[in-house]
Design a protein around this ligand. Structure first.
Ligand code: DC
Length: 223
């Protein structure tokens, strides 16, 4: 059976995961958060005391790392070496470490292989940085979500408060800028809009407006 893939790329805080989750539910397919996979590998490296920027430390760890994704009541769970790390990977430290580790081509190749296998087996809304450009260049529909840096920082700040972290919004803005730099300037599969992706600036839009806009482009897939 042919599976459907919808790619949603863009920088941190643009609203990708919120929108991807709702769209997936609306059209009754699964949602794959690829950032969670980079975060999970970064968490393991941090726990082992490794430097996420050093390929010589990270590559040996990769071959002995078993990463898997499963779904429980529509929620994506991420396991590293059999341990559920879903709730441990959201800290600001892991965000930066994930962006650093994602520069290493060997890390990307391992995770991209898993992502492509999942997309072959299941219809998915996939959120990430390189989904439309590299992971699934033949995705049925591609979107690139963006928003101003101030709005993205404000959203991340609210999200982190919700998770129990109190941080200065300017620190969050600096972290986002650092991640944008990392994600957009790495040589292997950097963050950029695919030529055939639909650009949506979410800055002044409500969640419902963005979801409706995305869904309005999907009707031909199901025709
Ligand atoms: O989407 P996120 O904030 O959870 O992603 C964390 C980091 O993982 C992000 O800064 C860059 C990296 N990432 C990536 O390089 N490619 C992806 N497809 C998804 C995430």
């Amino acid at each position: 059976m042919r599976t459907i893939s919808i790619a949603i790329d863009g920088p941190a805080g643009a609203g990708k995961s919120t929108i991807a989750k709702i769209v997936a539910k609306r059209i009754n397919i699964n949602y794959l958060d690829t950032g969670a996979m980079y975060r999970a590998v970064a968490l393991k490296a941090l726990e082992m005391g490794l430097d996420c920027k050093d390929p010589e430390q990270i590559i040996p760890m990769l071959s002995s790392t078993n990463l898997s994704v499963s779904y429980e009541r529509e929620r994506q769970l991420v396991y590293v070496d059999g341990k559920d790390v879903t709730d441990l990977i959201r800290s600001p430290q892991v965000s930066i470490a994930a962006s650093d580790i994602a520069v290493i081509p060997e890390v990307r190749m391992k995770l991209v292989e898993i992502q492509r296998e999942l997309a072959q087996r299941y219809s998915l809304v996939v959120d990430g940085r390189d989904i439309g450009t590299y992971v699934l260049p033949n995705a049925d529909k591609k979107f690139y979500l963006t928003a101003t840096i101030d709005e993205r920082a404000r959203r991340r700040w609210l999200e982190l408060i919700d998770r129990g972290y109190t941080l200065d919004i300017n620190e969050i803005k600096k972290d986002l800028e650092k991640r944008d730099m990392n994600d957009m300037n790495r040589s292997f599969a950097p963050l950029r809009k695919a030529e055939d992706a639909i650009l949506i600036d979410t800055t002044d839009k409500t969640i419902e407006e963005v979801v409706d806009e995305v869904c309005s482009h999907l009707s031909d897939i199901f025709a």
